[in-house]
Design a protein around this ligand. Structure first.
Ligand SMILES: *Cc1c(COP(=O)(O)O)cnc(C)c1O
Length: 408
């Protein structure tokens, strides 16, 4: 006899249909080498991970650009906040989760980005989603770079605005598309782009975007997730890098990369932020980040201001060394200036084989495959941190050379 309480998921006829669908899709993913699994790891240092079995790895695929996850001041601030504030913010920011440090962090972020105000979200993903679908509506036009982060793509879709995708960093294509819609004088028009592209590591063309924005009367939104702490004076990101302060209408970013925490933010005018505070559903209906997340990001931003120049100098030197080394080895690296260095492998199988080769030798440099990148462009996305050492960089170069020669 079946117990009333036995767990029998997917037992209904709909369950059978869903099971059939999921099994079929999983089979397709496995056949294409695109099925994913999670590797259990603990980060025991800024660029050091330990597996469940105790294997130690040097990590070349995290976003811990400045190594601040283990900076003594950041750790201390997070620990203090944890002891004083407990393990959870316990509610939405508008209910019980109104951690004071959250408002301090927003003020600091707003200053950092040269904006009037900022609002924190639980992740960078949700910041993009929240900004786009709260501000745009049906009838609006959003011009989106084809390589924009998934969170931008999803936010555009949910907003109901018409999405016009332009070729990656192709300003001629963008201008043609803007011109095609020039007669529409009622829509809110927005150009949206990553500042540093998350899979290619190149920069948006801010000067040209600024000119097009002015010529066609659009707004400009830039996601600086990979730019903060990496480019521009003080690590302030894309606007600062190009010396074009005040060009971007809406800036978004994350606390989870250089800022060594978890969370995301939108920075813009006071009015935009006030409205998002009332109406951005990912903000209103979700428990706020924890006291220790907030404190860690606040401290990381402080450390960036105090020690940023020296950390960023190390990161720049590592970047130059690695990019030159890869160039000398004639590996197919996408050009750029950032510590996010994609080595295009092509086939998913070869990328996976090189990934495995490096892993056996203590290096984590994860293969990135579709749907994160277009078909046929599976890659190793090497990211550097100021916390890496020169010998670690030399080791990864010589292992990459070996892998490239040995793996067909
Ligand atoms: C990582 C990333 C995000 C998401 O940030 P999370 O805080 O990890 O959710 C958004 N946009 C870009 C460009 C990113 O690289």
């Amino acid at each position: 006899m079946q117990s009333t309480y036995s767990h029998a998921p997917l037992a209904s006829s709909s369950g059978a249909r869903l099971r059939h669908r999921v099994e079929k899709r999983l089979r397709t993913l496995h056949a294409a080498g695109l099925a994913r699994t999670i590797t259990d790891l603990d980060m025991i240092g800024p660029v050091t991970a330990r597996s469940r079995s105790g294997q130690i790895y040097t990590v070349f695929s995290s976003n811990n650009y400045l190594g601040l996850t283990h900076h003594p001041k950041v750790l201390q601030a997070a620990a203090d906040a944890l002891i004083k504030g407990g393990t959870s913010s316990t509610g939405s920011r508008l209910i019980s989760g109104g951690i004071a440090r959250g408002s301090d962090l927003e003020k600091k972020l707003a200053r950092f980005k040269g904006c009037e105000a900022a609002l924190l979200f639980n992740t960078g993903y949700l910041a993009n989603l929240g900004a786009l679908y709260t501000l745009l509506k049906k009838g609006d036009l959003v011009f989106s770079d084809e390589l924009n982060h998934a969170s931008i793509i999803d936010g555009c879709r949910i907003s109901g605005a018409e999405v016009i995708v332009y070729r990656h960093n192709d300003m001629t294509d963008l201008e043609q598309k803007l011109a095609a819609y020039a007669s529409n004088q009622t829509a809110v028009k927005l150009i949206v782009t990553d500042g540093v592209f998350s899979m290619d590591g190149d920069l948006c063309r801010l000067p040209e975007l600024a000119a097009l924005k002015n010529r066609y009367g659009t707004l400009l939104m830039v996601d600086d997730a990979h730019a903060e702490g990496v480019i521009g004076p003080g690590g302030r990101g894309t606007e600062a890098y190009f010396g074009l302060q005040g060009t971007i209408d809406i800036q978004t970013g994350t606390l989870s990369k250089s800022l060594a925490s978890e969370g995301g933010y939108v920075a813009s005018s006071k009015e935009i932020i006030a409205y998002l505070t009332c109406r951005a559903r990912p903000f209103v209906f979700s428990t706020f980040i924890s006291p220790h997340d907030t404190a860690a990001a606040y401290a990381a931003l402080q450390v960036l201001q105090e020690e940023g120049p020296i950390l960023m100098k190390t990161l720049r030197e590592h970047t130059r060394f690695m990019r030159e080394g890869l160039h000398t080895l004639k590996l197919p690296v996408l050009p750029g200036i950032t510590p996010l260095i994609p080595i295009i492998v092509g086939s998913v199988e070869r990328a996976a084989a090189i990934d495995a080769f490096l892993k056996e030798r203590g290096i984590l440099l994860s293969a990135i495959r579709p749907p994160s990148v277009p078909m046929g462009t599976a890659r190793l996305r090497l990211t550097l941190s100021a916390a890496h050492t020169k010998p670690q960089l030399q080791q990864v170069l010589s292992l990459l050379k070996e892998a490239w020669q040995q793996i067909p």
